[in-house]
Design a protein around this ligand. Structure first.
Ligand code: ZN
Length: 87
């Protein structure tokens, strides 16, 4: 144990970071790094993008451009989707 004692003994994980916080012990480097990676992954999780209005507008514009650049293929895909085909 170090002077940044973690009651879970799981330093280097987000759970370890939370345990430091709960116990009131100073966070150690590995726990801070794990917490940073965890929060970054949380912020970039895919379902957030799905609700991001700016991203959705950009996606629609990109699809419109794709349709203009590849009209034949776009028509085929659209027809497939209208028929309910998935593959
Ligand atoms: Zn730690």
């Amino acid at each position: 144990m170090t002077d940044t004692a973690n009651p879970t003994g799981k330093c280097g994980t987000n759970a370890g970071y939370e345990a430091h916080r709960h116990a009131g012990t100073p966070t150690c480097g590995p726990c801070r790094a794990a917490h940073s990676a965890y929060t970054t992954a949380w912020r970039l999780r895919p379902e957030v993008g799905a609700h991001d209005h700016r991203r959705q507008k950009a996606r629609r514009r990109a699809l419109a451009r794709l349709g203009r650049e590849y009209p034949q293929r776009f028509s085929e895909l659209l027809a497939d989707e209208l028929r309910g085909a998935s593959e």
